[in-house]
Design a protein around this ligand. Structure first.
Ligand code: FAD
Length: 493
């Protein structure tokens, strides 16, 4: 199979398929033919509306204006996620996208804050972060001279449509039809063609599996294998329902822990996305629907839909001439809105390692190695939310609190609990500020701070902390209400 890649076939047209289609056709369409096959009968998973700030990188790659994306997808700004009842019932904390305070060369801001706490000089750590304060106060604007870390809540189906237009404008050919068979080359098992229900054969050199949980190519055809992580991430079901908006949209996602799972609330400009992620071992679908419907505001706009999934990852994300992108590659559950980010990372990684002159095992190994590292890190971050909790009020929470966890996560928890230090892997998605906010939010308060902080006298420390807090507050006070800015921004393009 060492021949040049001239034709790429994308199987599936959900968010993953259309993100891949838009990027490949726009950036590589001069060199390769790009075809996408999707089935109107099968449809998409229809969820996935909260994003994280890395999506800007993808939009920059495609040359998109933020206002255009937001106007086309009914989007609002997202500055973080508010975790309610996770540490314990009645307690909440915000994981914002901002950076906490200021670092010095030797240690992170948390060490200054920890000493300040011992001396009675501080308020909650989020007060030292602009995005955190802005989210709490519902204020936000994109300003030319200030770069606030933000993401979006957006309508997933409108986003796919928007990307489809870009892809088709750049020469991608869309074929509607149901894939009924996947044909392989006899010699090496590489995928040769997709067979459609009408008998048509779609041949290609490289195939991107975006068929969602079905994983039609990577698993059903190539039997790549799956590492099951449900012993660490036990939720396996979700109910989703959309409601009319009853209040101005918040600038953050709400994640509300309940007896056997958690509920999301994602505010768009004109409606709210609601869902309940739960563990079927402790709760039936009917109980889950009842729980969700009892905790929504506004009139439901559709019937509640049940979605089943298994958390874990494909053993290889690139196998032979097939690359899995999106849900076909694995799923970590939606708690930190990381799936669309992982889609984008796979697409960018594929383009960086693109096998123009033929498929090489070295590229495959590199792709798989990078993806594995990324998935492992995000997995640990998500498990942290379940594991570190004071909740013991249900079988589900007792399981989570007592479950064994990966050694890599245990190491991070031990290190932070003891000394306030945050273990860092090179290029991982969630930085120090994210780990600190979630570890403290879930109830870990480090025993010590870094001794270098002691070079500051009490007055100096107090001034240092107050300056950061006052600056953050001053910046937020100048921002308009989030919803006013959206109206102005989306209409000003
Ligand atoms: P799908 O949307 O399922 O698309 C599969 C495509 O394959 C469809 O076009 C379908 O027609 C096609 N297909 C399948 N079989 C065939 C066939 N035989 N023939 C032809 N076509 C076929 N991600 C986030 O980033 N943020 C979130 O807030 C978030 N929330 C989520 C909540 C839940 C409950 C779940 C389950 C996921 C969530 N995700 C979230 C993940 C996100 O929804 C997905 O990553 C994203 O939608 C991409 O899905 P996909 O394109 O891989 O699969």
């Amino acid at each position: 199979m060492n021949s040049a890649i001239k034709k790429v076939v994308i199987a599936g047209g959900g968010t993953a398929g259309w993100m891949a289609g838009a990027a490949l056709s726009k950036l590589m369409g001069k060199h390769i033919e790009v075809v996408l096959v999707e089935s109107d009968d099968i449809g998409t998973v229809g969820v996935g509306e909260a994003t994280i700030p890395t999506l800007h990188v993808f939009h920059r790659l495609l040359g998109l204006k933020e206002q255009d994306v937001m106007a086309a997808t009914n989007a609002t700004f997202k500055l973080g996620i508010n975790f309610e009842n996770w540490h314990d019932v009645g307690k909440d904390y915000l994981h914002s996208f901002g950076f906490l305070g200021k670092d010095c060369w030797a240690c992170g801001f948390q060490h200054f804050w920890l000493k300040g706490k011992q001396q009675g000089l501080v308020s909650e750590i989020g007060d030292y972060c602009t995005e955190h304060l802005a989210a709490r106060q519902g204020r936000f604007a994109v300003l030319p001279n200030q770069d606030y870390n933000h993401a979006y809540h957006m309508d997933a189906s409108l986003y796919a449509k928007f990307l489809r237009n870009i892809a088709e404008e750049n020469g991608l050919k869309r074929i509607e039809g149901k894939i009924t068979d996947v044909l392989q080359h006899d010699a090496n098992g590489y995928i040769k063609a997709l067979q459609l229900a009408n008998g048509e054969l779609i041949e290609g050199d490289l195939f991107i599996d975006c068929t969602g949980f079905r994983a039609l190519l990577i698993e059903q055809t190539l039997n790549t294998g799956f590492d099951d992580w449900s012993h660490w991430l036990p939720c396996d079901s979700a109910i989703a329902v959309q409601t009319e908006s009853v209040e101005k949209p918040l600038a953050y996602t709400r994640s509300i822990a309940r007896e056997s799972g958690w509920q999301w609330r994602i505010p768009l400009q004109t409606r709210t996305g609601n869902g309940f992620v739960f563990c079927s071992k402790y709760m039936s679908d009917d109980q889950a629907i009842e729980t969700l419907l009892a905790n929504i505001e506004g009139k439901p706009l559709n019937q509640p839909r049940v979605i089943k999934f298994k958390t874990g990852t494909r053993r290889q994300h690139w196998n032979k001439n097939c690359v899995a992108v999106g849900l076909s590659s694995g799923f970590l559950e939606p708690l930190e809105s990381t799936s669309i980010h992982l889609i984008q990372r796979s697409i960018v990684r594929l383009m960086q390692l693109f096998p123009s002159q033929g498929i090489d095992q070295t590229d495959i190994n590199e792709f798989n190695q990078q993806t594995k590292l990324e998935m492992d890190n995000i997995r640990d971050f998500i498990i942290l939310h379940y594991k570190v909790t004071d909740r013991e009020d249900s079988r589900f929470w007792r399981y989570c609190k007592n479950m064994p966890i990966p050694a890599s996560l245990q190491h991070r928890i031990d290190m932070f609990s003891q000394s306030g230090k945050v273990y860092k892997y090179g290029n991982e998605l969630f930085g120090e500020s994210s780990w600190i906010q979630v570890m403290m939010g879930q109830g870990i308060m480090p025993k010590e701070y870094h001794p270098i902080v002691d070079v500051m006298e009490k007055d100096e420390l107090s001034n240092f902390l107050n300056n950061i807090k006052t600056t953050a507050k001053r910046k937020v006070d100048t921002l308009p209400p989030h919803t006013d800015f959206i109206n102005h921004y989306c209409k000003s393009n």
